[in-house]
Ligand binder design. Sequence first.
Ligand SMILES: C[S@@+](CC[C@H](N)C(=O)[O-])C[C@H]1O[C@@H](n2cnc3c(N)ncnc32)[C@H](O)[C@@H]1O
Length: 265
Amino acid sequence: MSTNTEEGKVFKPEDYSKSFDPEAYLQFYFSKDSIEDGTRVSLFALPVFAHLMIQSMRPNERETLLDIGAGPTVYSALCFRDVAKKVYLSDYVDRNLDVLRKWTKGENTIDWKPTIKVIIRTEGGHPPTDAVIDVVEGKARGTVKSGGIHFADVHLPRPVPDLPVDQVDILVTIFTLESACRNYEEYCSCVNNMLGLLRSGGRFVLGSVLDDDTYNSGKQMIFHLLNLRENQILDALENAGLDMNSIKKYVLEGEGVMFLMGTKL
Ligand SMILES: C[S@@+](CC[C@H](N)C(=O)[O-])C[C@H]1O[C@@H](n2cnc3c(N)ncnc32)[C@H](O)[C@@H]1O
């Protein structure tokens, strides 16, 4: 993930509001070409976690799902469309929230069809027709319309201040904490803040980059990452009240990422 611009500029956590470019990010990671060229590990891990949730939680135990730091992406809503009735998507950057609002209204953002095809393939489905793809996207859009689009700042004691419920059943956060935090102390405090929004017995899903300092957010805009080892992440989660015996974890060494799901004590 870490190449550098010619100028060598690395954007910092405090630069997100001003410098994160949603279109460049979507183009770089979720355009048809990049989906077909590369592996989006999230699109393999999240459908597996969704399946496990459907198997292990009754419908009334999985009504609400919050994604913190969704950016301009809706793939969590696509992957969890059959899990929860209400999906709250949240992010720190207003421009990302605008892209998400456009999508809920059915206005043009990026074409999510290539992403949906990968999700359906991971779910074990046949190559979908356009009609099936529309049903999947429509269902996901419905869950987000029920939950809404919200501002989030993981540094706040309550990271999604206008969340309409005290706590959710499922909390998802992918590649956000290592982007937003400058040091490990901050990271631990943000993990605590986040887990305050999850009910006891609810599921936490984390996607994290491991052992890396930067990533390309598109158009060679390089952003800083907090360099984290797997053990540091697990320690932070244990201290914040996650049941370590419940953890299902995928570490993809080649990709430098880890995905895990666990239950809050
Ligand atoms: C690498 S992107 C990940 C986006 C998306 N989750 C994904 O998997 O593609 C990092 C995201 O963290 C968000 N972010 C940065 N600082 C944040 C903060 N203090 N609170 C919440 N989100 C933040 C950014 O706006 C950006 O959308």
